[in-house]
Write a protein that binds this ligand. Sequence first.
Ligand code: NAD
Ligand code: WQD
Length: 337
Amino acid sequence: MRVLVTGGAGYIGSHTVLTLLEAGHDVVALDSLANASPESLRRVGDLAGREVDLRVVDLLDEQGLTDAVVDARPDAVVHFAGLKAVGESVAEPERYYRTNVGGTLNLVRAMDAAGCRTMAFSSSATVYGRVTQVPIREDAPLGATNPYGWSKFMVEQVLRDVAAADERWAVGLLRYFNPVGAHPSGRIGEDPTGTPNNLVPFIAQVAVGRHERLVVHGGDYDTVDGTGVRDYIHVVDLAEGHLAALERLTTTAGAHAWNLGTGRGSSVLEVVAAFSAACGHEVPYEVRDRRPGDVAASYADPALAASELGWTAERTLAQMCEDAWRWQSANPNGYAE
Ligand code: NAD
Ligand code: WQD
């Protein structure tokens, strides 16, 4: 299959490009490099033994995007490109809706022009809004608590409507839980700009000495040890979930939501312990107040992806932390020199 990967230079995109190449597919990556370095795909090329074809294009450049998609002649698209920082989305909602919703509308039009109507979309467990019941099934009530989450909710609706109006479309709405870790080579991984908001990249930076300690946001939740519980999923398992979804979408029309999670919840303190074991020293932390907007526990019911895609996440929390540590310790400043 020939696959166009938007956002292919980013964290999840670069791992998915590698998984697709290793499975024998042809890949064209498209990225504006707004939040990524081309070095990620250079290293993917090294690992795969094949240079990656990267087109530097912005989703908001409608003509440039159409030209690139038509020229790439994809059989399917994996759509990662977009903005993902929750706090930034509250401060700059218009930019988030324009990029995530408007950018996807441009992509749908470009794909139509190219005669390609198969798309796996990067949605998020954030579309479950205020979680009231765990594990979360795909038919749980939807909502959001910030503009980033609403942008994912809106794109899901747009894609459902597009698929309902034209039966040539096949769309996977892939709802990721908490992607962490890195390729086991330690050559590619997550390289956040500025201070990370997410737990594992922050812990990794504490472990290499870039921060003094982790602040644990809340120790009084109704959970195993009082700290927040999440469904951490290894980024390579997640990449493999995309491959499984693409294979399924080539034989099924319509829009389908699939949770990509492990089904297991881990508390913040369990992650700290696993990371400490991986890096060989204690990661210092202090427990402070809850972070506004956080829920106590969120984890997937992954049964639908198992039955419909034949995919389950296999890698353990220990592997996620070992691989995140290998990447972080070998690349303390990410892709920067
Ligand atoms: P990332 O920022 O590393 O990747 C996104 C990529 O999109 C970057 O390479 C960036 O340069 C590119 N991009 C941004 N705006 C663009 C534009 N206008 N035109 C073209 N390219 C553009 O983030 P990631 O963690 O790899 O996330 C990938 C996708 O998965 C995103 O859509 C994100 O919302 C979604 N997602 C991420 C998580 C997570 O925790 N990382 C969880 C759920 C969903
Ligand atoms: C995990 C746990 C925190 C940082 C976010 C987005 C969501 C999705 C993934 C894209 C929570 C705790 C964290 C820290 C801490 N992104 N924590 N100290 O909040 O589940 O999800 O990223 O779709 O939309 O909201 O992930 O990694 O921020 O937090 O104690 O410094 O770690 O309270 O319990 P979250 P996270």
